[in-house]
Design a protein around this ligand. Structure first.
Ligand code: LLP
Length: 435
């Protein structure tokens, strides 16, 4: 079967883009545009790839889905069916995961400024682990567990002082991050000393997350090294056992044809090799190892379908091809200069003949989804498919310009169903108070 390179989605019998075995044009006929489509097989396949890669090299490990990448009930359910736990980072993500039926014990609660209400909610719900980010949260946990007689199992989020976005990983002397307890400046050590003495709070281990959309495996190795070395130090000096080591997420995915992210197994092998070697070297008891990818679980499973509207050619300058979405439903290009590729859903194999800008419809010149899209001749009414939009698009979407958010559809096995309904104008004013 022909597939659309480099994103490897098959074509339908009619030669159109197909997602989950459903012709993209049938999808938009039924559900309209803009439409976020999640390919179920790919989503499940990504979960399995991680789970199997980890199981192959380390008996005592678990994969968590960083739900912030796409926190809707359906993704929580699917990843959980595939054996993953769920990382949540707010009361809203906690609520969504519980609403989806995920047992609280399978939830790991992150967040750099959890409110008192959120911590209480997490305790009441019985979340499996709190990943404690700062002393404010330790105070809250101490107070609330004493008051409610609840218990909390925690990891401490550490900042290992690693800068992953540079071409070559470097260890910085100091850490300028709002997240976590710095290892280098001694905050991490003090936090461990305090946490181990807490009565109703049990310190289970350590966590770090060094960045996102990372292609270079070296910073991950350095991160694992820093964590295990720190675990050895607190064992030696504070008699604290690190039962669990959570290495965070961050593996990059392919957005552009030229992107070559490492395979999931290569990432898993790299970090496990380091953990194993370092644990042996320090004669530590091997901890349970967690990883918590988000983007690489759901990112390439997502495709956004748009209808092309206005086309404006400025001779000698640029052609703007406007679509019926934009930064309100995918803020990544405007926020991070993120780049994407697109094809026409009806003619995915047509040779590109022009470079155009794919513009969103928000009232800002910066609302351009793709500055340089290579497309064949396009006409108003054509359907544009933008790849790798499964992560940090819908979850970061808003209602700027009062555009209703698109529907999210799950496509698999030749059928598609709505997993988040399209918003209507009535949703936009639902909380407005008319004076
Ligand atoms: N664990 C923690 C504690 C995190 O903060 C994150 C992402 C992850 C795991 C998952 O990382 P991933 O595997 O998805 O790279 N909105 C940005 C990405 C922000 C990532 C935030 N933290 C974007 O659109 O690129």
């Amino acid at each position: 079967m022909r597939t659309i390179p480099p994103h490897a989605f098959p074509a339908s019998p009619r030669g159109h883009l197909a997602l989950g075995g459903v012709d993209a044009l049938d999808l938009i006929r039924e559900f309209g545009t803009p439409l976020h489509v999640l390919d179920e097989d790919r989503l499940r396949g990504n979960c399995r790839e991680y789970r199997e890669a980890l199981a192959r090299v380390y008996g005592n490990g678990r994969v968590l889905f960083a739900s912030k990448a796409c926190c809707i009930a359906a993704t929580c359910q699917i990843v959980h069916q595939e054996g993953l736990g769920v990382d949540i980072a707010s009361g809203g993500e906690l609520y969504t995961a519980l609403h989806a039926g995920i047992p609280a014990a399978d939830l790991v609660f992150h967040g750099s400024n959890k409110t008192r209400d959120e911590v209480e909610y997490g305790l009441r719900a019985g979340v499996g682990r709190f990943v404690v980010d700062n002393t404010y949260e330790l105070d809250l946990l101490e107070e609330l567990t004493a008051r409610t007689a609840a218990r909390a199992e925690i990891l401490l989020r550490l900042t290992p002082g690693i800068e992953p976005h540079t071409h070559k990983a470097i260890q910085t002397g100091g850490v300028d991050s709002k997240f976590g307890f710095g290892i280098l400046e001694g905050a991490a050590y003090q936090a461990v000393a305090r946490a181990r003495a807490m009565e109703r709070v049990r310190l289970r281990g350590l966590h770090a997350h060094i960045g996102s959309q990372v292609f270079d495996l070296e910073p991950f190795r350095l991160e694992a090294t820093a964590l295990v070395d720190f675990a050895a130090r607190i064992r030696d000096e504070l008699d604290v056992t690190t039962e669990e080591l959570n290495l965070g997420g961050g593996l990059g995915i392919r957005y552009l044809s030229t992107d070559e992210p490492p395979a999931k197994a290569a990432y898993v092998n790299a970090v496990i090799d380091v953990v194993r070697a370092r644990v042996d070297q320090h004669r530590l008891t091997p901890p349970k190892v967690f990883i918590e990818p988000g983007r690489s679980i759901v990112g390439d499973a997502g495709v956004t379908l748009y209808t092309i509207g206005a086309i404006k050619t400025i001779p000698g300058v640029r052609t703007y091809v406007s679509v019926d979405g934009g930064m309100y439903e995918n803020p990544r290009p405007a926020l991070y200069g993120a780049r994407y590729e697109a094809v026409l859903a009806e003619r995915p194999f047509a040779e590109p003949t022009q470079t155009v800008a794919v513009a969103g419809r928000c009232c800002e010149s910066g609302d351009v989804l793709i500055w340089e899209a290579y497309l064949p001749d396009v006409h108003s009414g054509d359907v544009l498919a933008m790849f790798s939009t499964g992560a940090y698009t819908y979850s970061m979407a808003g209602n700027y310009n009062r555009f209703p958010r698109p529907a999210v559809v799950l496509a698999g096995g030749g059928r598609a169903r709505v997993v988040v309904e399209r918003e209507g104008y009535d949703d936009l004013v639902r909380k407005d108070v008319v004076l």
